[in-house]
Every structure is written in C-alpha cells, then in structure tokens.
Design a protein around this ligand. Structure first.
Ligand code: PGU
Length: 424
C-alpha cells in the first residue's frame, strides 16, 4: 500500500505545478489564514471529541450549540405570513433603520428627535464600518487618519485601509495591570492632530474585555471635544457587556448629549444572534434634516456600487422584534440571559484556575466585560493548547467565553492550568 501511495503523492504536486505555471494566477501568493475565522477552520479539521472552539465570538448555549433566540423564531413566523422578495431601497428597510437608531441613540436623543440622523442598513457591523470608512475617506474634510485602540479587533485595520484611510494607533490596554491604560489613552488623545478620527468601541471592547468606566468616558468625551476629534463608534455588542441595551449605549448617548457629531456602526450579529443574516446599520448625526438628506444621498452613492442594496430577511426579523413591545421585552430578557451565562462562566473559570493553583493572578477573568476574555496566555501556550488539548483560541490568548459550558469548563481550566505550568 505504502509503496504505491508514496510515488502517487509525489506525482500529484508535479502535475499540478506544470498546469499552475501556465495559469494566469501563477504569481498569486498564498495568504495567511484569517486570525479569527481561521481558528474555526482548524477546529473543524480536528476530530478529537474533547475539542473546544473559543476562537470566534459567537454565542453558544449551555450545551455548546448555536442559539437561535426564541424572539427571533417568533419574528420569523410572523414575517413568513407576509412580505415579498423585492429589492430593498439602497439604504435598506426604513422601519428597521429607524428602530435600530432608536435602540442606539435612545428616545431622548436630540438628533433623533430633530430628524437629523442619517442612517443606512449595512451588511452587519463589518459592512457598517466599511461604509463609514468609505464615506469619511470621501467627505470628512479635516483628516484622512483614523486612530484605533491598541489592541483592537483584527479586521479594523484592513477595513479602514481598504476604505482609503490611514490607520494609526492609540494606547488602550495595559498588560501590566491587565486593565485600561487610561493615562496613556488620554495622553495619546491629547497629542493627536486636531480633528483626527478616533475609533471607540462603544462597549465590550474586543479583544480585551476592558471598558472605560462611565466617569472615564466623560473625561474621554471632554478631551475629544477640546481637540475637535471625530468620534467613530463601533457598537457590535450592545447588551452583551452589562445585559442591558441602554446601559451599554451609555458612551454613545453621552457623546451625543454633549453635542458631539458621531459616526456609529451597529451589529445585530451578537445581540440578536443574527450572525449569518448580516444585519447592521451605519449612522451619522448631522446638523438638521436638510443636511441629513444630503448625507444620506451620498451614503447611497457610496453603497450602490458596493452591493446595490442590502439583504432583506434579517432586517425584517430585527425590525419585527424592535417594533413589537412583546417581542422587544422578550428579546431584552434573552440578551440578559446570554450575558448572565457568560458571567457565570467567568466566575467558574476563575474559581477553577485558582483552585488548581494556576500560577499568576486571574482576577481579570471576572472583571473583563462582554463576549471575550483576554486571558494573558502566550502564543506558544495557545499553540500547545490547540495541538495537545484540542482547545482553539486566537493566538493573542483571547477566548470567547460563550464557548465554555458546564460540560467542558473543567477540562478547559485543567488544560489551561497545565499549559501555564508548562506541562502540556
Ligand atoms: N466590530 C467588532 C468590535 C467585532 O468584534 C466584530 C465581530 C464586528 C465589528 C463585526 O461583526 P459582524 O459580524 O460583521 O457584525 N467580531 C467577532 C466575529 C468574528 C469576526 O472576526 O468577524 C470576533 O470574533 O471578533
């Protein structure tokens, strides 16, 4: 068997490479796997029954299964009774975008009350960021530079670069305290050129799980005002940080109430579990309805050549939930339930690591917020965990807390403990 298999295995690549040499694409270099989605690919290839995927930020229920929210199922039943499959307008389903903006800005928001929020549906949060990046690259008159927190979600840099902006960083996370580098953050805001664009994670910072306190947000808002910086919010986890959608909107609402004009990206991937439906929104607060109309006309011109108009189904689901008082309150309870399950896993993981006398201080597991924990595991440790224990996470040591449950948390904490002690 082996004698036959070996020559065949060698012959195949030679035949391929001759064909490849003639191909138009022979000079295309292979790219690296995606830092986050590539983890799922590796996980899927692993056949070990103990395997755990803590890479991608996707909620899993107490049995490790993807979770379709009951409110989403009910909304789907309602919309299956009616509705055609016509194209949406370029900026999406109007009742969805109106309700999404209300969810983020709140009923008391002056720009909303004054009909001055320009808003468009987007292909989830990623699409919102890309529309926002492209719009600012074309129309923001003062700067072409966006400052991102260090570290940030891995896709931010390519999104903004591909949108035509220059990307720089500001200090955010302090490795030593495993918390916010507030002094560094303030100093970096102070030293940015006036009117630069600053990306802010509205809540549940990814990957660190470290958010400013409300008092710190107020200080950040003051500096941003003094320096006339432009705040660009990414809110991919509204509801996931605290379990309350309005508490998690504090930063956005505070900035708007202080008179800042803001850009805002929303995603319904996590808080409604609509990951693959790709539901999101991009909005800009403007001076008045006339300016809003001009800005929206240009958002359409940005979007039309990208994908023409957005998908229908997910927007109908989100809109149905946000527009029905019963489904809305059911959904709020479900968001709270997801946030609470994650928090209970934080407590359990912390207790286990301490009980197993794992070297180091693990308080950050409990103090960090949102979907992720930035464990402090090193890249070699994450590699060892994947290769020896079939546990997958991003190379920076970030784990998606929602991947943990009562069935796998003991195996996970034992394995982490062994990795930190160096005996894995
Ligand atoms: N912004 C932040 C801060 C995010 O973490 C994510 C998703 C997005 C925007 C975009 O999400 P949409 O699905 O486009 O709405 N980050 C997750 C999901 C996997 C990924 O990298 O796309 C994560 O695991 O970091």
């Amino acid at each position: 068997m082996q004698a036959i298999a070996r020559p065949l295995a060698r012959a195949a690549p030679r035949a391929l490479s001759r064909a490849a040499a003639l191909s138009t694409w022979s000079a295309v270099p292979a790219g690296p796997p995606d830092a986050i989605l590539g983890v799922t690919e590796a996980f899927k290839r692993d056949q070990d029954p103990r395997k755990i995927n803590l890479g991608v930020g996707a909620y899993r229920d107490g049995n490790g299964k993807p979770f379709v929210l009951p409110s989403v199922k009910k909304a789907e039943e309602i919309i299956s009774q009616s509705g055609d499959k016509e194209y949406l307008p370029i900026t999406g389903l109007p009742e969805f975008t109106r309700r999404a903006a209300l969810l983020a800005y709140g009923a008391e928001s002056a720009p909303l009350k004054g009909n001055a929020v320009a808003v468009t549906q987007s292909i989830s949060g990623t699409g919102a960021l890309r529309i926002g990046g492209a719009f600012l690259a074309r129309f923001y008159p003062h700067s072409k530079t966006i400052y991102l927190p260090t570290p940030t979600w891995g896709n931010h840099t390519p999104i903004f670069r591909d949108s035509g902006l220059e990307v720089k960083g500001y200090r955010y996370y302090d490795k030593k305290t495993v918390g916010l580098d507030f002094e560094g953050l303030k100093a970096d805001l102070q030293s940015m050129p006036e009117k630069s664009i600053v990306l802010l994670h509205a809540c549940a910072h990814n990957p660190t799980g470290v958010d400013p306190t409300q008092a710190q947000w107020i200080e950040i808002s003051n500096i941003i005002k003094e320096k006339s910086l432009f705040p660009f919010f990414d809110m991919a986890y509204q509801g996931f940080a605290s379990g309350s959608t309005s508490k998690d909107a504090f930063a956005v609402r505070h900035f708007v109430s202080e008179g800042h004009q803001v850009a805002l990206c929303q995603s319904f991937a996590k808080n409604m579990g609509l990951y693959g439906e790709r539901v999101g929104a991009f909005s800009l607060t403007t001076a008045d309805p006339e300016e809003k109309a001009r800005v929206e006309s240009q958002l359409k011109i940005v979007i039309r050549p990208m994908y023409s108009n957005p998908p229908l189904h997910g927007a109908r689901i989100a809109s149905t939930i946000l527009g029905s008082p019963e489904l809305y309150s059911e959904w709020e309870g479900e968001v709270k339930g997801m946030a609470e399950r994650i928090i209970s896993m934080r407590d359990r993981l912390y207790d286990n690591l301490v009980a197993q006398k794992t070297p180091g201080e693990w308080g950050h597991i409990k103090s960090q917020i949102g979907m992720f924990s930035f464990t402090g595991l090193t890249t070699p440790q994450t590699k060892a965990l994947a290769e020896k224990a079939h546990i997958y996470m991003t190379a920076d040591g970030r784990i998606s807390m929602a991947g943990l449950n009562a069935h796998n948390i003991d195996y996970f904490s034992e394995s982490v403990s062994r990795a930190v002690k160096g005996d894995i």
